[in-house]
Ligand binder design. Structure first.
Ligand SMILES: [Zn+2]
Length: 117
C-alpha cells in the first residue's frame, strides 16, 4: 500500500459496506478500486478473514450461478466499532477540512503580515 494511512481507511470502507448489505470479495475489490485503492485478492481475502476472526464480520457460503461465494455481513461488535470510528472520522474530518487546515505556517505568517500593512 503506497500510503501508510490507507490500511485503516480500507477497513472502514469494508465495515461500512458490510453494514449496508452483504458483501463478497470481488464486489468489495471493485468498490475499493472505485475509491482508488488498488488491492489484490491476495491482500483482500486474508484481510476479510482476519476481520472475521476478530468478530467484526461474519461469513456464510452462498451458491451463486453454480459457484460457491463467501458472503460477509457486519457483526454487532463490528457495528459498534464502526459507530465509534465514525465519530473519530467526523472529528478528524472537521479539523482536516477546517478553513485553516493545510495552510503552511509560512503562508499564515504572510497573510498576517498583509493584514497588518
Ligand atoms: Zn465505499
Amino acid at each position: 500500500m503506497e500510503n501508510e494511512f490507507f490500511a485503516g481507511f480500507i477497513r472502514l470502507h469494508i465495515l461500512y459496506h458490510a453494514s449496508e448489505e452483504p458483501i463478497f470479495g470481488l464486489g468489495i475489490l471493485r468498490e475499493l478500486r472505485r475509491h482508488g485503492y488498488e488491492l489484490s485478492p491476495g491482500t483482500l481475502y486474508p484481510l476479510l478473514h482476519r476481520m472475521e476472526e476478530r468478530n467484526l464480520l461474519k461469513s456464510e457460503k452462498e451458491l451463486v450461478a453454480g459457484k460457491i461465494r463467501r458472503v460477509y455481513t457486519i457483526t454487532e461488535l463490528g457495528r459498534q466499532r464502526l459507530l465509534v470510528a465514525r465519530e473519530k472520522v467526523r472529528e478528524l474530518f472537521g479539523e482536516l477540512f477546517s478553513q485553516e487546515a493545510l495552510v503552511s505556517p509560512e503562508k499564515k505568517r504572510e497573510e498576517r503580515n498583509l493584514d497588518e500593512s
